[in-house]
Design a protein around this ligand. Structure first.
Ligand code: BGC
Length: 915
């Protein structure tokens, strides 16, 4: 067997003697419905995937075999009593639908995979993975919706009055009389819930059950709690409820948007060793009380009075005196479904970078980065001492916290000491977007150990790594990731701090492709698309936000309903999401078609939101997006075999294109509005014919130049600005914009100390200070959509067709960047592109995952100038020369690591002002 071992930069060829029994391929990273060992799913035919690794070049999968068993022992014995796929001839490793016995409620499915490589040699079996089924039929739910009816009635004027009320605690003792094999709990709530069993918190998730349109759909979580349960003993299950999105403040709409009465519905299913089962559901036998959490609101914050703690409330033997009977009257119409997404979790703890004291007894801690979460407080005080924490993204010139931009979000946590030694506390039913924490009322002096930051985000594993020789680019990338984490909390929100935090669809469609580079958002976006469809109006318009507490209509926002499934198909090869939302998408296109005049869409919506002195006509923008979505529909229809629809939409696209030109493009190529964005959209969406396209790029560049080489684009234009310049052959201009640090530019905020992406280019300027507080967030991801270009152009990593099965590696060095190191963990495995450019010599090291192929486009004078690991590249193992194209040598390669050197490469410099 031949394999490669890498040590540093040196590559050794090692020949192993002996048995050739196992092929050189390993099966890793087994996933079910995009998640690792998900519990309680309700998909009838779950999709499975894995990743292959190999030391061989050009490794591929010729066959696979999947075994799914109803328990570990059966699987270990090599049997799949639920499903044995048999040896299937296929190179597929993703989106493989389970094809075994019908899956039933509560079933545990253990599975493993074996593959055969290109040489037909089998791999070892993978490690075992698991998924379990949730409660599939409504009748499986034995639990009632229970809660404590509060005496406090909802505010009459929801927008003005804020009412904060204590959180209910619920509990029940129960005894188990046999030894326990497995215990599973299913739980959901109206409001948020935190479940406890025998004194321990259940699971690592926060803000459960998550946010949906609660009138239509509510999710439940499933946890394996075998380790928390004691057999033949007394046990206790309990929960704390809080207002959350259901009853608490959302956007600027005040409280009780969905409802007011908080309810828990949970059911613990205990299976004994003897095979019998007992169910402990929420019902009228539970008791409730209020305790230390005096108030908890997503925007407002939490107040905790440690003097009111009820030690042992979640353990057996607690004295329930004073606890009331719970209320069981609520009836819920919404569908109850298994949580399909990436739950909110703690990501990391952050120590303060600096402590200042801008006023007497007022301390400000700089956490060093603008993130979402909360802080853990450490304090030693007298009983009744009140410590108040306020959160802010920025400071006023005098060093105090700047909170005006939070609008009506109170963003304040208060802790009242019990007066017993060192006390530590953190909330869990709220979150703030902040870099600075103001501490007042603290007994003694505040230092760096007084608070610790807790960053939370949706559990979307990191997939993207970007580093290059430009410190500004590295900082920008860091800020982009930080801002994504701060906003990927249950849904893709616009911002994490002010009284908004909505799932704005425009922001999300602009950013979704970037999001996929940074993190695995497959499950997260699968769930959010359900929210998007739930937020579709009867006339086919997708809402401007999902969930949809506000009613707005805007093109480019509504188009998220088409662009998100398209992106999921591109990045993960997902066709199920296309099928699931196909009708909804066609209804949107149909709405656009019938609500247009000669296929020209009306002037409507938010336009190129937050552009700089450049008003893009909204009819141009809307018609361009109509064309774009229609073309994506054509491609998606083709992807799921609806060929006549594909042809119909392609024709409609052509017709819209014609209409666009007729209505908006003059003979000299000028487009109505003459803004950068109109040209960007026309180029990016292929709306111009060959004669006019070169003019559009000239007008675009002329406008950039006129603004002393600056962009003027808002949310919509910025998304495609860099891609359009690159596509149209003006990479020099793209790099110039990228390198700028004067207003407006990405570098501008960085030069002024940004640790996150600002909502607006002019969020703060030296001349004017803060922009108006009515709309000035410092953590909006939209302008961070430039990371898509950074990955595709600097790193050069892209997919060639759906799901990164075929990969493009096409780095385009320029702008004075001397080296770059970019990686992306795709659904098919790890892709890397590292290059260095010095004195016209470009070295490129790439890693291509097993069972994929790549097209490598390497800047080169000619093919003879390119070598791979010292050999002429066209003759190297696993490499095939395809053609010269656009000053690049194009090769196809199989999987593996390659080391290319190209000599005589001309550097693309940033565009310069005319001499
Ligand atoms: C939000 C956005 C959103 C916009 C729509 C703002 O208030 O923060 O990001 O897309 O409204 O115009």
């Amino acid at each position: 067997m031949k394999g490669k071992l890498r040590t540093g930069a040196t590559v050794f060829i090692v020949v192993f003697a002996g048995s050739l029994c196992w092929g050189d391929v390993r099966v890793l990273d087994l996933r079910c419905e995009y998640r690792v060992n998900p519990r309680g799913i309700d998909v009838a035919g779950p999709r499975l995937s894995w990743v292959l690794e190999s030391n061989e070049r050009s490794q591929r999968q010729s066959h696979y075999r999947i075994l799914v068993a109803s328990n570990e022992e059966i699987l270990r014995s090599g049997r799949g009593d639920l499903w044995d796929s048999g040896k299937v001839v296929s190179d597929r490793t993703t989106q493989i639908r389970y094809g075994g016995k019908t899956l039933e409620s509560g079933m545990v499915c253990c599975w493993k995979v074996r593959v055969w490589g290109g040489d037909y040699k089998g791999s070892h079996w993978s490690k075992m993975a698991i998924w379990s089924m949730g409660l599939l039929a409504p009748s499986d739910w034995k639990a009632a919706w229970i809660g404590l009816d509060s005496d406090i009635v909802p505010p009459e004027d929801r927008k003005k009055t804020k009412i904060y009320r204590p959180c209910p605690y619920l509990r029940k003792d129960f005894a188990l009389n046999k030894s326990v094999k497995r215990a599973t709990v299913y739980a959901t709530a109206l409001g948020l819930y935190e479940l406890h069993i025998n004194g321990r918190r259940v699971g690592a998730d926060y803000l459960t059950p998550g946010w949906t349109d609660y009138s239509k759909r509510i999710y439940y979580q499933t946890y394996d709690v075998t380790d928390l349960i004691k057999g033949k003993a007394d046990n206790t299950i309990g929960a704390i409820l809080s207002d959350g999105w259901y009853a608490g403040n959302i956007s600027n709409l005040g409280q009780a948007f969905y409802g007011w009465n908080l309810r828990l519905r949970a059911q613990l299913v205990v299976r004994y060793d003897d095979g019998t089962e007992v169910v402990i559901p929420t019902d009228g036998s539970w008791k409730g009380a209020t305790g230390a959490i005096l108030e908890a609101d997503m925007q407002g914050g939490e107040t905790y009075d440690a003097r009111l703690e009820m030690p042992g409330w979640d353990k057996p033997g607690f004295d329930e005196a004073g606890w009331k009977k719970v209320d069981v009257t609520e009836s819920v119409e919404a569908k109850i479904e298994a949580y399909p997404s990436a739950p909110v979790r703690r990501l990391r703890e952050i120590g303060p970078a600096r402590v200042t004291q801008p006023k007497r007894r007022v301390f400000v801690l700089d956490m060093g980065t603008n993130f979402a979460g909360w802080v853990r407080l450490k304090v030693q005080g007298k009983a009744g001492d009140r410590v108040r924490l306020r959160f802010a993204e920025r400071l006023n010139p005098d060093g105090t916290v700047y909170t005006e931009n939070l609008r009506s979000a109170r963003a304040t946590d208060t802790y009242i000491c019990k007066g017993k030694g060192t006390e530590e506390w953190e909330p869990g039913f709220t979150y703030h977007g902040f870099q600075y924490v103001e501490v007042t009322g603290y007994p003694g002096g505040v230092d760096k150990t007084s608070v610790t930051g807790v960053e939370i985000t949706a559990d979307t594993p990191r997939t993207g790594y970007f580093r290059c020789s430009s410190a500004q680019a590295n900082k920008l990338y860091r800020n982009i990731r930080q801002t994504q984490r701060a906003n990927f909390i249950e849904i893709p929100t616009d911002c994490p701090q002010r009284d908004e935090r909505m799932g704005w669809t425009g922001d999300a469609q602009i950013y979704v492709r970037t999001a996929t580079y940074n993190a695995d958002v497959s499950a997260f976006m699968t769930k959010w698309m359900v929210d998007v469809e739930d937020a579709q109006y009867d006339d086919g318009v997708f809402g401007c936000m999902a969930p949809r507490p506000h009613d707005f209509v805007s093109p480019a926002w509504a188009d998220a309903g088409v662009i998100v499934p398209w992106t999921m198909y591109q990045v993960y090869g997902d066709t199920r999401i296309i099928k699931r939302h196909y009708d909804a998408m066609t209804r949107w296109i149909e709405h656009c078609r019938t609500n247009s005049k000669d296929l020209v869409r009306p002037d409507q919506g938010f336009g190129d939101w937050l552009s700089i002195k450049a008003d893009t006509p909204k009819d141009v923008l809307a018609t361009a997006y109509f064309a774009r979505s229609t073309r994506l529909m054509a491609r998606m229809a083709g992807a799921i075999g609806k060929n006549s629809d594909a042809a119909k939409y392609e024709q409609l696209f052509e017709d819209i294109r014609t209409a666009f030109n007729k209505a908006f493009v003059a003979d000299d190529g000028r487009i109505k509005g003459d803004t950068q964005t109109v040209y960007v959209l026309a180029i990016a969406f292929d709306l111009l014919d060959d004669a006019k396209a070169p003019k559009a790029i000239d007008y675009l560049v002329a406008d950039v130049e006129k603004r002393d080489w600056h962009l003027s684009t808002g949310f919509v234009g910025t998304k495609d600005l860099m891609g359009a310049l690159t596509k149209a052959g003006r990479l020099d201009v793209a790099y110039r914009l990228f390198n700028n640090d004067t207003f407006p530019s990405w570098g501008f905020s960085i030069r002024h100390g940004a640790t996150s992406i600002w909502e607006r280019w002019d969020g703060w300027t030296p001349e004017k200070g803060f922009f108006k507080p009515s709309m000035n967030s410092f953590a909006h991801y939209s302008f961070g959509a430039v990371a898509e270009w950074m990955f595709k152009t600097i790193g050069g990593i892209d997919t060639d067709g759906p799901g990164f099965k075929r990969i493009i590696i096409a780095p385009r060095p320029g702008g004075g960047i001397e080296h770059a190191d970019v990686k992306y963990n795709s659904i098919h495995g790890k892709i890397a592109s590292r290059w260095k450019l010095a004195d016209g010599v470009l070295t490129l090291d790439i890693d291509i995952p097993a069972n994929t192929t790549a097209e490598v486009r390497l800047p080169a004078a000619d093919v003879a100038a390119v070598t791979e690991s010292g050999k002429p590249a066209s003759k190297a193992e696993g490499v095939k020369f395809l053609r010269m194209q656009d000053n690049a040598a194009v090769f196809s390669v199989g999987s593996g690591d390659y080391h290319f050197i190209s000599r005589g490469v001309k550097e693309i410099r940033s565009a310069r002002t005319k001499q």
